[in-house]
Design a protein around this ligand. Structure first.
Ligand code: SF4
Length: 182
C-alpha cells in the first residue's frame, strides 16, 4: 500500500508486497548502475519531514492492519541518521501493530554510516536491509558502475550484519551464461 504516485514509479522487493511503502526519498541518489533504469526519469530528492509525516497521517487510518513498512525509494540510508531515527520513532507511535521496517540501501550510503549509527537504527526498529551487491567480482562492479570496489562492497554488507540488521543480498545473473538445470 502506498499513497504517492505523482513523482515517478514506486518500486519495492517482492517480499514487501503486503507492506506500507513510505517514500522517504524520491528516486535514487546514485542512479548510475548500467543495468538499472528504475529511477532514470526521476530527479532525486530527499523528502522533507512534513511530506513524510503527511504520508504517515494517511497511513494512520490503516494502523490496525499495517505490520510492515518499507522505506522507499532506491536508497533510504542516504538520509541523515537523525532523520531516519525520527521517522522510525514516528512509525512506532503511529502504527501500533508494526513488526518490521526495511529499506533498500546502496553500499556508499551504508559505508557513510558508522557502525554505531547503524546500531542506533537497528535499535530504533530498522530490521532488514536489501542490498544490491550484484557481484563479488571487482571488475564486474566497475563495469556496471556500482560505485564501490569489491572490498568496499563486502565491507558494506558486513557492516549491516554487524549492526544486527538482517541483510538480503541481490546478485545479478546473466541469462544464458549458466548451464541449464537438469
Ligand atoms: S543503486 Fe539501486 S536503485 Fe540506484 S541505480 Fe543502482 S540498482 Fe538502481
Amino acid at each position: 500500500m502506498y499513497f504517492d504516485t505523482a513523482e515517478g514509479p514506486v518500486f519495492r522487493p517482492p517480499t514487501e508486497a503486503d507492506s506500507f511503502i513510505l517514500r522517504v526519498t524520491i528516486g535514487c541518489s546514485h542512479n548510475r548502475c548500467t543495468y538499472c533504469n528504475m529511477y532514470r526519469s526521476v530527479s532525486f530528492r530527499i523528502r522533507p519531514a512534513e511530506e513524510i509525516s503527511a504520508q504517515l497521517r494517511r497511513a494512520a487510518a490503516y494502523k490496525d492492519h499495517i505490520r510492515r513498512v518499507f522505506l522507499a525509494d532506491g536508497n533510504a540510508l542516504v538520509l541523515p541518521t537523525a532523520s531516519l531515527l525520527e521517522i522510525l520513532c514516528e512509525l512506532r507511535q503511529t502504527l501500533p501493530k508494526l513488526r518490521r521496517v526495511s529499506c533498500y540501501a546502496g553500499p556508499r550510503d551504508i559505508l557513510r554510516k558508522t557502525p554505531e549509527k547503524l546500531r542506533q537504527l537497528q535499535a530504533a526498529g530498522l530490521q532488514l536491509v536489501y542490498y544490491g551487491m550484484e557481484s563479488g567480482d571487482g571488475a564486474v562492479l566497475a563495469h556496471v558502475a556500482k560505485g564501490v570496489t569489491q572490498a568496499e562492497s563486502i565491507a558494506a554488507g558486513q557492516r549491516i550484519v554487524a549492526a544486527g540488521i538482517k541483510l538480503s543480498l541481490f546478485q545479478l545473473c546473466a541469462a544464458g551464461r549458466y548451464p541449464a538445470q537438469r
